[in-house]
Write a protein that binds this ligand. Structure first.
Ligand code: ADP
Ligand code: MG
Length: 257
């Protein structure tokens, strides 16, 4: 394969650590592919001294989110969009599986040998600001530009400073038609100004990001909430079963002799 895999995705406190790996270490394709094909995916995969948290599409329940076009996601997992340098934007409220799908697509890209980097928007911007202060911005920008797939998770939860927004814009701008970017956001496009501050900047950013793009519509019930509501119901039912003897009327709880 022609590419070296640099880094795979992670959830939680990624950012700096991920980009450090991105900068300092390269892993051969088959090493990642071997890891990625292990059954332990969906939980954690240890990687030398690093731990990657990954999610894959096999563990994703498409019936839970009817607004999401399953065929489109499966097609995207084949990575043609990366060869075409197109983007993906996943939009929807919290807990609907946006990060899960983004990581799964990142993993699919890793398995095909593309370099992938993952960071939340907030941590990416922090790293850019830090790099600027330490006079190594150009290097970081070059690294970010070189990655075949950049995943920017959670754009929208934290408003960015004007400089932060500008630096993020530069990343998208430098990757335009050079590499693929996946962005996830809880905000519809018309509200992105509230994160990026300026209407002009938001317009220019969306212009580049959405020129060649697949949109994943992921609005629905929070999977997390639904799971915990389901657990609560199950616990309540179990408790009720315990409290009610076998010979009780299921409606009234009255003991039937
Ligand atoms: P979001 O990024 O949209 O807020 P996440 O991707 O973090 O949501 O999903 C929250 C949790 O629920 C994660 O643990 C994720 O793996 C799980 N999850 C969400 N949607 C699904 C689904 N359709 N099938 C399986 N797991 C899901
Ligand atoms: Mg998320």
């Amino acid at each position: 394969m022609g590419y070296k895999v640099v880094v795979a995705g992670a959830t939680g406190n990624v950012g700096r650590e991920m980009l450090n790996i991105l900068a300092e270490r390269e892993f051969p394709v088959d090493e990642i592919a071997a890891l990625a094909s292990r059954k332990s995916l969906g939980t954690e995969v240890s990687f030398g001294d690093k731990t990657l948290k990954t999610k894959d599409l096999d563990t994703f329940d498409f019936t839970a989110i009817p607004s999401l076009n399953k065929m489109l996601v499966l097609e995207l997992a084949r990575c043609g969009y990366i060869l075409r340098r197109e983007n993906i934007i996943a939009l929807g409220n919290s807990g609907t599986g946006k990060t899960h799908v983004a990581l799964a697509l990142g993993l699919a890209a890793c398995q095909k040998g593309f370099s992938v980097a993952f960071a939340t928007a907030a941590s990416l911007v922090n790293q850019l600001l830090e790099a600027r202060d330490e006079k190594r911005l150009l290097r970081l920008q070059r690294e970010l530009q070189a990655v075949k797939l950049l995943i920017v998770d959670e754009l929208g939860y934290v408003p960015l400073s004007p400089t932060g927004a500008e630096l993020l814009f530069e990343v998208f701008s430098q990757r335009y038609e050079r590499g693929s970017t996946i962005v996830t956001s809880n905000l519809p496009f018309e509200d992105w100004t509230s994160v990026l501050g300026s209407e002009r900047l938001t317009g220019a950013l969306l212009d580049r990001l959405t020129h060649h793009v697949s949109i994943l519509a992921m609005n629905g019930d929070s999977y997390r909430l639904r799971q915990s509501a389901g657990r609560r119901r199950a616990t309540a039912a179990a408790e009720q079963n315990q409290a009610t003897p076998d010979n009780a009327d299921p409606e009234t709880g009255e003991i039937i002799p």
